[in-house]
Design a protein around this ligand. Structure first.
Ligand code: S3P
Length: 439
């Protein structure tokens, strides 16, 4: 099937149905990487088969692990207790999580590796990870511009560090912890606010001991180097960041009711659900249970009269990828939704503050942009625009959801990038009654 150059969403009547979200992207990257660092056979089910994760699967194979697809979402990784020298360049595609975690893991081994990515990944800052890894003893050579891919890393002979992060970032924390596994001494990472803890949880599942101590508003994570990892089965639950899109559509399209089953409910990932509830969303969770070491549940959203809120900045880490879809739903709320303390959004797959502001304004929504945030004032949404996504999957999906409830159709460019995190997004939304088609 050829990928269309544009997709268009048209106003839909009520959406109804029960669907499953694709596997969690953060956990999928980690399952592959830890499986490759461990000794033995790690069977994974529910793996997200999106382009970002497939790039990580190819990478760990290049680092010497056995990687086999057993069926839909079912993968087997055979680890040999560490990474080996790869033959070629490790191309991480669009995936910031993939490249940063892989750099951390690779830094612990005596190998020399060149990392690269697509045009978007080549624009994203890498010193936030290479800086601490260099302090541990890894060596880096920038092959193009400083602070950007491509770069060559030479690992091995690491010493533990105490790292204090200025921003809560699970990618930085995870890179340091993965390097710390093969460093001499006790590695410590302190965060101003807790960021997603999938690496810590999964390291424990693979047999490592990880310490977590409260530290002001944040926490301090410690890990002693030299701990071996033992393969273990990993079950990946549904991604709350992907579930957000069909749920958002239900909230803003009159008469809708949509359930997304088996959504991961780790509290460090559910800031959006909390915010929507504060806005008046009818959002309920049923069938809470444990799966793959995480709490999961079936989340139902019904059309709701939303009211704007001020999102507490200290909630940012638990919903950093969800501000685009929050902004799209805020466009239908009465009053202003104020989102601040989210400067990190400017260094994601795109400058998400700038692109959401531009896209919403093109659709007739009142948006005020600030250096570290934006305010969206809701009302009837006109739509009627073609939105530039700069190849950012979440910018594309957020505007398509908006288009399902706007008066006039909304078109996005580069929709092929949606497959990085949510393959099957268009089919899933059509199955619920959404009108999304190639333009
Ligand atoms: C991720 C962490 C977040 C998030 C990204 C996934 C992870 O990035 O934006 O999509 O899996 O660790 P930061 O840690 O840089 O905030």
């Amino acid at each position: 099937m050829t990928t269309p150059s544009h997709l268009t969403a048209r106003r839909a009547s009520a959406l109804t149905g029960v669907v499953s979200a694709p596997g969690d992207k953060s956990m999928s990257h980690r399952a592959l990487i830890l499986g490759a660092m461990a000794t033995g056979v790690t069977d994974i089910d529910g793996l997200l088969e999106g382009d970002d994760v497939l790039a990580t699967a190819r990478a760990v194979e290049a680092f010497g692990a056995g990687v086999e697809r057993l069926g839909q979402g079912r993968w087997r990784v055979t680890g040999h207790g560490g990474f080996r020298q790869p033959a070629g360049v490790i191309d991480c595609g669009n995936a910031g999580t993939g490249v940063r975690l892989l750099m951390g893991a690779a830094a612990g081994y005596p190998i020399t590796v060149t990392f690269d990515g697509d045009a978007s990944l080549r624009k994203r800052p890498m010193k936030r990870v290479t800086g601490p890894l260099a302090r541990m003893g890894a060596r880096f050579e920038w092959l193009g511009e400083e602070d950007r891919l491509p770069l060559t890393l030479t690992g091995g002979g690491l010493s533990a560090i105490d790292h204090v992060q200025s921003v809560a970032s699970a990618q930085i924390k995870s890179a340091i912890l993965l390097a710390g596994l093969n460093a001499n001494g006790v590695t410590t990472v302190a965060e101003p606010e807790p960021s997603r803890d999938h690496t810590e949880r999964m390291l424990c599942a693979f047999g490592a001991e990880v310490g977590v101590l409260p530290d002001g508003a944040g926490w301090r994570v410690t890990l002693t180097g030299g701990q071996p990892l033992t393969a273990t089965p990993v079950s990946v639950p549904g991604d709350p960041s992907s579930a957000a899109f069909p749920l958002a559509a239900a909230l803003i399209i009159p008469g809708s009711q949509v359930t997304v089953e088996s959504v991961m409910l780790n509290p460090l990932r559910t800031g959006l659900f909390e915010t929507w509830r504060e806005m008046g969303a009818d959002l309920t969770v049923a069938n809470r249970r444990m799966a793959g070491g995480e709490e999961v549940g079936d989340v139902t959203a019904r059309h709701s009269a939303l009211t704007g809120v001020v999102v507490p900045p200290d909630r940012a880490a638990s919903m950093i990828d969800e501000y685009p879809i929050l902004a799209a739903t805020a466009a239908f709320a009465s009053g202003a939704t104020v989102m601040r303390g989210i400067g990190e959004m400017r260094v994601k797959e795109s400058d998400r503050i700038a692109l959401m502001a531009a896209g919403l304004q093109a659709c007739g929504v009142a948006v005020e942009e600030e250096p570290e945030g934006f305010t969206v004032t809701g009302g009837p949404v006109r739509g009627g625009a073609t939105v530039i996504t700069h190849g950012d999957h979440r910018i594309a999906m957020s505007h398509l959801i908006l288009g399902l409830a706007a008066a006039e159709q909304v078109t996005v460019d580069e929709p092929g990038m949606i497959a990085t995190s949510f393959p099957g997004f268009v089919e899933l939304m059509r199955g619920l009654g959404g009108d999304i088609a190639s333009a």
